[in-house]
Design a protein around this ligand. Structure first.
Ligand SMILES: [Zn+2]
Length: 470
């Protein structure tokens, strides 16, 4: 008998944790953080306490209380008996936090399967972030973490990586990952060959991106196996077909930046390598240098190692690294304590805001909202700001968006929205599902699961923790 249980991604965007069981073998498809569950109780200055380990997460339902899946140290920390791992593997569809980050809490003996590029991205994230309980995917430190143990090396998780075309087994379950196009490289749809037939999981995907062909490969392979069930993302099931493409982002952004005589600032998600390529190309074609942060350099160096992504190195002639002001604000070496900055201080292509201000039209600076205080030094008066991210879709985002706009207005900058989504629109998704023709559809990663009911085939609106037999 095959069964499915869903813990997250239910009437919400992300947080997927899907438990599949077949003949005693249990695997999770993704194990992500649910931002909406977290935001329900927590915010910037009210967070789950590290001092209570996994306790706050379990008590506030940010994590499901399932035996045999969590770290032994975290169980002991809250006065429970450590358990043996009772799940044989977690397969990650891609490296976005809402699909991967809560692996941090999982038992060290549960192996994690993911794409090679997905692992590289997780490594880039780890290199430039502070260790905390929600960010210990690749390795973790035993809690409670006593001062005497600070220097002890972390415990590494078992990772097994794959590429498209590979097939691998977890006990008797055969898994076939197939590349898809999404706003992060190394994204996969999964076909799980169970004893009852094939179960297909879309992960996150789209048809309007640069690599639609990859999603088509996934659709064709899924169709071929005549799936008994399909677990489908539905982020934009309520949106009909749009004309958005990466090419449009390129055209619009290039036009705006070419008309600008002053500093250009762009913001996009650096995990999106297609978007990086778009702005890298624009900068090179307009004879400008693309200025990135030391954090971005961590990503770029990983991308550069992956030959398939054809990304430049962080020391490329068209790339500069923006040195942030720390401690004394005088840019002396001793100001920098973070190792991801320290190890790159000798790069030949480092620039400061003061250098940029001398010839602002020669640069395109990639600057995230959280670093907007650097605008004080960059003085981007009358420049252009390209917001290459989704527009706000919740109250919290709206507040940040308005604050961002206040900065843009303060510096008298020209605001431009130029973006295309990482998620498939409703029209394309309905076509995809009709094409694959699964017996049953389980919509997740959506706030509109009901819309799936209009499709032919049976739709099951999932309930958290309920067992669905296949
Ligand atoms: Zn995603």
């Amino acid at each position: 008998m095959v069964s499915l249980q869903f813990y997250g991604g239910i009437k919400e965007i992300g947080g997927n944790k899907i438990l599949l069981e077949d003949r005693g073998t249990k695997i999770f498809l993704d194990f992500g953080i649910s931002f909406s569950k977290r935001q329900k109780f927590f915010e910037e200055f009210l967070t789950p306490r590290t001092s209570n380990g996994i306790g706050d997460y379990l008590a506030m339902d940010l994590l499901p209380d399932i035996p045999g899946i969590y770290r032994e140290d975290l169980m002991e920390h809250i006065g429970r008996k450590p358990e043996q791992a009772d799940v044989q593997g977690v397969v990650l569809s891609h490296a976005h936090a809402d699909h991967a980050n809560y692996v941090s809490f999982l038992h060290k003996d549960i192996p994690i399967y993911c794409g090679e590029t997905c692992k590289c991205i997780l490594e880039a994230v780890e290199e430039q972030s502070q260790r905390d309980l929600e960010n210990e995917i690749l390795d973790f430190k035993k809690r409670p973490l006593y001062r005497k143990d600070y220097k002890n090396p972390p415990i590494k998780r078992k990772f097994k990586t794959f590429r498209t075309g590979d097939k691998f087994k977890i006990d008797d379950l055969e898994i076939q990952p197939i590349h898809t196009d999404h706003s992060v490289p190394g994204a996969y749809g999964l076909i799980i060959h169970t004893s009852e037939g094939a179960v297909v999981y879309t992960g996150d995907l789209r048809m309007h991106g640069t690599h639609a062909k990859m999603t088509e490969d996934f659709i064709n392979a899924s169709k071929e196996v005549k799936p008994i069930a399909m677990i489908s993302e539905g982020t934009r099931i309520d949106i009909s077909k749009t004309d958005e493409t990466e090419k449009k982002v390129y055209d619009k952004s290039k036009k705006e930046i070419s008309m600008n005589k002053d500093l250009s600032i762009v913001d996009f998600n650096f995990k999106d390598v297609d978007r990086f390529t778009t702005f890298y190309r624009i900068a090179a074609e307009l004879n400008k240098k693309l200025v990135i942060s030391f954090k971005h350099a961590c990503f770029l160096e990983k991308y550069h190692c992956d030959k398939k992504l054809k990304s430049p190195d962080s020391k490329d002639k068209n790339i500069l690294l923006l040195k942030p002001k720390r401690l004394t604000g005088t840019y002396i070496d001793e100001d920098y304590c973070d190792s991801y900055i320290k190890k790159r201080l000798n790069y030949p292509n480092i620039i400061t805001a003061e250098d940029i201000v001398k010839k602002p039209h020669e640069y395109m600076v990639v600057l995230n909202f959280y670093y907007f205080n650097m605008l004080v030094d960059l003085k981007p008066y009358k420049g252009t700001y390209i917001h290459s991210l989704s527009e706000p879709f919740c109250e919290e985002m709206e507040i940040s968006f308005n604050r961002m706009k206040a900065w843009i207005n303060h510096f008298n900058m020209h605001f431009v929205q130029s973006h295309c989504s990482g998620h498939i629109n409703g029209t394309d998704l309905k076509e995809l599902i009709e094409n694959v023709a699964p017996k049953v559809i389980f919509p997740i990663h959506t706030t509109h699961p009901g819309i799936f009911r209009s499709l032919s085939g049976q739709t099951k609106l999932v309930k958290e923790g309920k067992t669905y037999k296949l």
